[in-house]
Design a protein around this ligand. Structure first.
Ligand SMILES: [Zn+2]
Length: 230
C-alpha cells in the first residue's frame, strides 16, 4: 500500500466547535476520491462522508461544521486541482456578459468567533434554548428531509436545537408556533457564529477594466477542474 501524505490543517472553526478533535490533518484527493466526487450529485450525500473520511484525520467527518466542510472542499479544489473557477457574469459597470476565471486562492476565510463554546444558550421571550452549529450530519439529514419533498426551511433550525428529549418533528412544531422575533434570535445565533470561506472573489472586467467582486456559487462541478467545462 502506498504511503499517504497528510498535512496539518487549520480550520475556520479553530476547533472551538468540537469536543474531541485532535490535530486535524488532510491530504489532497487521489483518483479514488475523484471517482466518488464525480458520482456525488446523483447519489445519496452519505457518500460525501466517505470522501471526507478518506482525506481527513483527527475528527469524525459527521461532526465537522458546515463552514469547516466548505473550507475542506475549497482546500481540496486548490490543492488537488488548481485555483481556477471559470464563471460567466454580467459586469456591474458595463452590463455586458463576460467570461472570467476567478482565483480560488483569493477567497477570504471567515473564522469562528473566539467566544464560541458549545452549546450556546439563547434567551427567547418565554424560555431559554441551547443551540449548536450545523454539522455535516445535520446537512445530510436536511438533504434527505428535502428529498422526501418536505420543507427544509425550519428543519435546519430545528436540528440546531440541543434537546435530546424531543424529536426533530417536535422541534419543527415548536418553531412553527414561535414568534418571528424568537425565530430571529435563532437566526442571529447562526449569523453570529457563521464561519468558513465567504466565496467572494475579485474580478477585473476584460471589456471595461472595472474591478468588482462576485460571490461564487459553491458547486462541485465548478470547484473541481476534472469536471469543469473545457
Ligand atoms: Zn465591464
Amino acid at each position: 500500500m502506498s504511503k499517504e501524505q497528510y498535512v496539518l490543517i487549520s480550520l475556520p472553526s479553530k476547533g472551538l466547535a468540537y469536543e474531541h478533535a485532535s490535530s486535524i490533518k488532510i491530504r489532497p484527493f487521489k483518483g479514488k476520491d475523484e471517482a466518488l466526487i464525480a458520482e456525488l450529485p446523483s447519489e445519496n450525500l452519505k457518500k460525501f462522508v466517505t470522501i471526507i473520511k478518506n482525506v481527513i484525520q483527527g475528527i469524525e467527518p459527521e461532526e465537522l461544521t458546515s463552514g469547516d466542510v466548505q473550507y475542506i472542499m475549497l482546500w481540496e479544489a486548490i490543492n488537488s486541482y488548481n485555483r481556477d473557477y471559470p464563471i460567466k457574469l454580467v459586469c456591474e459597470s458595463c452590463l455586458q456578459e463576460i467570461s472570467i476565471v476567478c482565483d480560488l486562492g483569493k477567497i477570504n476565510n471567515v473564522e469562528l468567533s473566539d467566544d464560541f463554546k458549545p452549546p450556546i444558550t439563547v434567551q427567547l421571550s418565554d424560555r431559554t434554548i441551547q443551540l449548536h452549529l450545523l454539522t455535516l450530519s445535520d446537512e445530510i439529514a436536511s438533504f434527505n428531509w428535502g428529498m422526501k419533498g418536505k420543507s427544509v426551511y425550519l428543519h435546519s433550525y430545528a436540528l440546531s436545537i440541543v434537546d435530546k428529549s424531543s424529536t426533530v418533528v417536535d422541534k419543527i412544531e415548536m418553531l412553527e408556533h414561535m414568534s418571528t422575533q424568537d425565530l430571529n434570535e435563532i437566526k442571529e445565533f447562526h449569523l453570529r457564529y457563521n464561519h468558513g470561506p465567504d466565496m467572494e472573489a475579485p474580478y477585473t472586467c476584460p471589456l471595461c477594466d472595472y474591478e468588482g467582486k462576485i460571490v461564487l456559487p459553491f458547486r462541485f462541478d465548478k470547484l473541481f477542474s476534472f469536471s469543469k467545462q473545457p
